[in-house]
Design a protein around this ligand. Sequence first.
Ligand SMILES: C[S@@+](CC[C@H](N)C(=O)[O-])C[C@H]1O[C@@H](n2cnc3c(N)ncnc32)[C@H](O)[C@@H]1O
Length: 296
Amino acid sequence: MIPYSSSMRRRVLGRRSPAEIAVAAHLRGKALLTRAFRMAMGAHDGLWLGFASETFLTTLDERYYAGQGMYLDAGYNGAGLHEWERAQIAEHFPASGRIGVTAAGAGREVFGLLQLGYEVVGFEANVALAERGTELLQAAGHDVEVRCSVRDHWPGGEDRFDAVILGWGSYTLIASRNRRIALLRGVAGALPASGPVLISFFSRGAATTYHRSLHRVASVARRLQQREGPAVGDALSPNFVHYFDPEQLASEVAEAGFDLVTFAEKPYGHAILQKADGRNGTAVASLPTTCAANRA
Ligand SMILES: C[S@@+](CC[C@H](N)C(=O)[O-])C[C@H]1O[C@@H](n2cnc3c(N)ncnc32)[C@H](O)[C@@H]1O
């Protein structure tokens, strides 16, 4: 007797078994539901982002970091730089000098740079993180503080730096292209001709169902309020983040007057920028603040 396999039956009968039909229907249903869920989540987040005030975004962000104990932890901050940061600094930063670090949190990059012998000034908009950073640095014997700063803005004022780091992931946390460009122009003003900038961000490929749905809904909401529109890649996850594709990043970096010297998506999106005109920067106005003002 010849064994009668399902593939033989398919060849003979030219149709799928009831079990195969059921599995295909099950998987199709699951895919449709996942897509519907992502569209609904995108629409929900688009509505909230579309009507979000500054205060809403700040509160969402602070709430997120309040739940992330790691950023306050002495061991985490004292461990210093990630391997990819260390490699970029070794290759592109001057061997010594004064480094500005924005979005410094409780000082992780500041600790790492001090360990490498740099002079460092750290800035952070979240008061709880800034104060914790100062406490940790001083407890470790460094006469350095993490200064409070205004969100989205270059905090360095008239200060000059040999290189700048926009703290881990923070380029992704600035909620509009125009603000990101203004921030980079502020950075440019504080740097010498060849001064490098390390930025890091979430990267993405083609826009997902979630991103497209969010963008559609947030665009309508912003149009109704005559506000700057959202960008594809904006998301609330859970705080505001923007996912960059390489073209988007290159275009805004160029508009801010920088060349993209390196670009990498792994192990975490990051890039080294250098001023395209090769001239010393001229300081631009910044928004100085105090921790007391940020708390109010
Ligand atoms: C991923 S944490 C990194 C903190 C620190 N650099 C580290 O590596 O531990 C991102 C930091 O960006 C800050 N941040 C969030 N939104 C910001 C904004 N719109 N402007 C400036 N900083 C922001 C947060 O307060 C947080 O400290």
